[in-house]
Design a protein around this ligand. Structure first.
Ligand code: MRU
Length: 361
């Protein structure tokens, strides 16, 4: 996608394979600052601190992190340590584990001298595949939006939660890929953007949509149900951090409440899901998906710009206030109208038909 008219990816290899460049997402939407990550430790920190975030993007960043680790030490022990450390940086989005497993499989049988170069190439392949997957998701998602337009004969009202846009992936985004491609095809639409407390990823979504010229309105997280009751929302499209074979959708905290409200109001609820986000091994989403528990200061403090336009943070709850901050929730498959993948749109129960899995031994 473009920043100030210049085609940009959210992560790119640096010259001479020194590492990767990323957009520091903790500085958005107020400033586009770029970071150079040249060690595994820097990548791990960037993922943990959410300088890079979004399930697909942390998978790709993790892959490059592993490649950088192998450059420093290509032994079996270093490979295992790097896999463990990077995987622990953010536990819920399965894309990170998926990418690290794929990287390990790509290099494990190679002699140590060949591992680093092979890992760098594999990370590049994962990044390029992410772009193609998200482009394809957008094609199918845009067809859904266009169909709503045909039926209703007026501007389509989409609600989204968190940021499933191009900066949450290498390019295009997942949920927003559908929005961008429908908009580019001339389908009139407007996006209601959930603010997404506590980290306000909705501000990133609003920033992306503004840059692409897509009409949108930022709303408080609690406004969605009210808007649905008043017929202001035609469909909900969110991203996902882990989806089970049964079609249960784990995504940013608050997604479940939106799905409940959508169900109560007959509003279709879709999740846009690249195949690396599907965890075929999970049977019971509530019991088995680890939900990241983030620090209390994300709720007690709010950051933005002060009156002078400088970055500033304010305390909104006393430091001693007890805080619970689960970062993700699970929307059961029964509340999900469809899952938009790079192979088409499936009812949750039919997801496995799109991605036949090898029979277990
Ligand atoms: O905690 P974050 O900001 O990394 O969470 C991101 C989300 O929940 C997104 O909706 C999800 O990763 C899909 S990204 C295409």
């Amino acid at each position: 996608m473009k920043i100030d008219g210049v085609a940009t990816r959210s992560l790119w290899p640096l010259a001479d394979e020194r590492g990767v460049g990323v957009i520091d997402q903790t500085r958005l939407p107020h400033m586009v600052a770029k970071l150079e990550l040249t060690t595994m430790a820097a990548v791990e920190h960037a993922i943990r601190a959410m300088q890079v975030r979004g399930a697909p993007l942390i998978g790709v960043a993790g892959a490059y992190g592993l490649a950088l680790a192998l450059r420093a030490d290509a032994s079996d022990a270093a490979l295992a340590d790097a896999h463990r450390a990077l995987n622990a940086a953010r536990p819920t989005a399965v894309n990170l584990r998926w990418a690290l497993d794929r990287m390990r499989a790509a290099v494990a049988l190679l002699p140590a001298a060949e591992r680093s170069a092979a890992a760098w190439r594999e990370a590049g392949r994962i990044a390029d595949e992410d772009v193609e997957i998200n482009r394809a998701i957008g094609v199918y998602g845009a067809q859904l939006i266009a169909e709503v337009h045909r039926r209703r004969g007026r501007r389509v009202q989409v609600l989204t939660h968190c940021n499933a846009g191009w900066i949450a992936t290498v390019d295009y985004g997942t949920a927003l890929s559908a929005v961008y491609q429908a908009h580019d095809a001339g389908v009139p639409l407007h996006v209601w953007v959930d603010e997404t407390r506590p980290r306000n990823q909705g501000l990133l979504t609003a920033w992306e949509l503004a840059a692409h010229g897509v009409p949108h309105t930022l709303i408080a997280d609690n406004a969605g149900g009210h808007l649905m009751q008043h017929g202001e929302i035609d469909l909900v499209i969110v991203g996902a951090d882990r989806v089970t074979a049964r079609g249960d959708v784990c995504n940013k905290i608050g997604t479940y409440l939106k799905a409940l409200a959508a169900h109560d109001n007959g509003v279709p609820f879709y999740a846009a899901v690249p195949s690396p986000t599907i965890d075929w091994s999970v049977r019971d989403a509530l019991a088995e998906i680890p939900i990241e528990d983030r620090g209390g200061d994300e709720l007690r403090r709010v950051s933005g710009l002060n009156a002078g336009g400088e970055p500033a943070e304010v305390q909104i709850a006393p430091p001693a206030t007890a805080v619970a901050n689960p970062a993700f929730d699970v929307t059961p498959a029964r509340l999900v109208s469809g899952i938009i993948t790079e192979r088409g749109v499936a009812a949750p129960a039919a997801l496995a038909h799109l991605f036949p899995q090898p029979a277990a031994e």
